[in-house]
Design a protein around this ligand. Sequence first.
Ligand SMILES: C[S@@+](CC[C@H](N)C(=O)[O-])C[C@H]1O[C@@H](n2cnc3c(N)ncnc32)[C@H](O)[C@@H]1O
Length: 263
Amino acid sequence: MISYDDQVLVSYSNQRWEEAEAFSSQFGLRLVALEALPAKSDRAVYLLNFSDTRVELVNWREQAPGPVFVDFVEGALAYRREHGGGRGEMVAKSVGLKGEVKCLNVLDATAGLGRDAYVLAALGCHVVMYERNPLVHALLADGLRRALECADAASVVSRMTLHLGEAFNTFPDGIDVVYLDPMFPERRKSSAVKKEMQAFKDIVGADPDADELLAAALRQEVKRIVVKRPKGAPCLLGREPSFTVTGKSGRFDVYALRKLTGG
Ligand SMILES: C[S@@+](CC[C@H](N)C(=O)[O-])C[C@H]1O[C@@H](n2cnc3c(N)ncnc32)[C@H](O)[C@@H]1O
């Protein structure tokens, strides 16, 4: 993992100085104008760049891969919204979207870049998301903000609410399903997710407290808990799920605790 003291810089275009300045002072990060970046001999590795159009995470050491940013309007997620597998998607099956169960209240306690949450919201779920890493939170918050400017994506993100912080400090009322997708050290890379995965490994690390997250979820009065795991990874807490939905690269461990009745 990188050091936040000297390996992450916050940069900005002139128009976004105020936001970048507020972010850097809130989290104690170095702030630099894009035109005034330090020499490459500096220890900086990543830039969280507030450009005119988006917030992006740039690996400043390596020219490729390109920046990481959240895009709900074009690209893979927009395609998935329009042509995806709908309720046949593994994540949808795992949370229990089938038959009369159409609209669930989901707590995504490990929001990341919001891909899974977006798929669920596109299928009608209301998703409350928690993300504790401030850089990841900034990327996702910016993606949600931009999505509000596109009618198709706006109708989906209006069902998504994002909070910065630990998921279980305040547990929201009325949650049907808790969804967990913690980082896993051995997680395999596919070329499509490679740059995000590398950046996540560097800036987030391995979520070593994932067992505690499942333990906290099990103490809540929820109907179902779903844990996304890579192929071959042990179950969290060593606890066998009620059933598993398995795909090519990973699986969803489903703890079915009470009957689902979402409208
Ligand atoms: C593998 S990523 C999740 C990817 C996400 N499912 C997606 O579709 O983009 C895991 C994320 O969960 C966050 N996280 C892990 N434990 C958390 C906790 N207890 N509270 C809030 N966020 C947490 C990490 O900071 C990381 O960004």
